[in-house]
Design a protein around this ligand. Structure first.
Ligand code: KG4
Ligand code: ZN
Length: 340
């Protein structure tokens, strides 16, 4: 008999719920974006995000159930992303998931949001993708994993400063392209020349799998406004702006591709899964396709709606449910992530 699950995501600025089966097959994937609430602040305001989750979560859950054609009583368990993220935001989802699990008398499943970003590739593929190298590139995290199985992730490297998405958002601010920056730079770069400016690519030593994007961001800042920030040059427009966007984007893409190449060599693996908001980037998708093509491997990148934050990727919970790896009812929101 098919088991059904409800999952909740509230780690940052998307209020999301999804219903899926134990296959896992996604029956509904509802996302209420808060972008318009945070836009005028130029970034996500934690208090605003938490309050918006509180207002939107129950209607979002209702819609996810309605779209799936299932009722709450049909759920075999409730899943929730409990780490990492904004603590106030996470707490809304964790509290709701616990309340539902208790009321329905079903197990609670705790899912790591970062691992779920990689699992999104598994969901989209509809078949096993493990073992693989997993790259997560989001607004808060940039990390490479050796994914031995769906539940065994070994950290290979991560960012020492900014996340890739954070760099996109900051450079978009510098170029006055608005928030969120990633999609805006992606669009702007489409008509720009990626070779117009040569920005630094921080790669560290030959085998190193860590990332660093803050030097790149500063290089763009100086190139755009000049070194004297007390008397900045005005932000560029037109072709000049497109060239900056394309050159910055190319630098990020080059670093991400090179680190994935190294990770594939180090682990000897042929499969690469990429997840997180930045995986929606057109240039990155093309560059990763080329990398894997050259190596005769397999690339798994989910469609756009499964790259940015969503609750369907929490179907990683199914793997835990199979092994009865249930969360305790005193589960807490854990804003910071510690990898072993
Ligand atoms: O995974 P995500 O939705 O949320 C986090 O877990 O952080 O990632 C959001 C990040 C933002 O920094 C956003 O600017 C970036 O993903 N992003 C993109 C694109 N779409 C979203 N970056 C580059 N190109 C895109 N098309
Ligand atoms: Zn995310």
């Amino acid at each position: 008999m098919t088991a059904h699950f409800l999952a909740i995501e509230t780690s940052c600025d998307e209020t999301a719920a999804s219903v899926f089966t134990d296959e896992p097959k996604i029956l509904s994937n509802v996302i209420a974006s808060q972008t318009e609430l945070h836009q005028r602040f130029g970034g996500v305001v934690p208090e605003v995000a938490a309050r918006a989750h509180l207002q939107r979560l129950l209607p979002v859950i209702d819609e996810a159930l309605r779209k799936s054609g299932k009722r709450l009583e049909d759920m075999a368990a409730i899943a929730v992303h409990h780490t990492p993220g904004l603590v106030g935001a996470l707490l809304i989802g964790v509290s709701a998931a616990k309340a539902l699990a208790i009321a329905l008398d079903v197990p609670l499943l705790a899912v790591n949001h970062i691992e779920a970003h990689i699992y999104a590739a598994r969901v989209a593929a509809g078949r096993d993708i493990f073992p693989c190298v997993g790259l997560v590139v989001s607004g808060g995290h940039t990390a490479l994993f050796h994914c031995k199985s769906s539940l065994q992730f070994e950290l290979l490297g991560s960012t020492r400063d900014d996340a890739a998405g954070e760099a996109f958002d900051k450079v978009a601010q510098i170029l006055q392209l608005g928030f969120p920056g990633g999609p805006a730079i992606d669009r702007e770069a489409a008509t720009g020349n990626p070779k117009a400016h040569r920005f630094p690519r921080t790669l560290f030593d030959r085998d190193n799998l860590d990332f660093s994007f803050s030097g790149l961001k500063t290089a763009v800042l100086y190139a755009v406004h000049g070194k004297d920030l007390s008397n900045p040059r005005p932000a560029p427009t037109g072709q000049e702006r497109a060239d900056f966007a394309a050159s910055f984007q190319q630098a990020v893409v080059d670093v991400l591709v090179e680190k994935c190449r190294r990770a594939l060599v180090t682990t000897g693996l042929k499969r690469l899964a990429v997840g997180g908001g930045v995986a929606a980037n057109q240039s990155l998708r093309i560059a990763m396709t080329d990398l894997i093509g050259d190596r005769q491997g397999e690339l798994f990148i989910p469609p756009m709606e499964l790259c940015t934050d969503n609750a369907a990727m929490a179907s990683l919970a199914v793997e835990k449910w199979r092994l009865s790896l249930f969360a305790p009812m005193d589960l807490d929101a854990e804003p910071n992530l510690a990898w072993s």
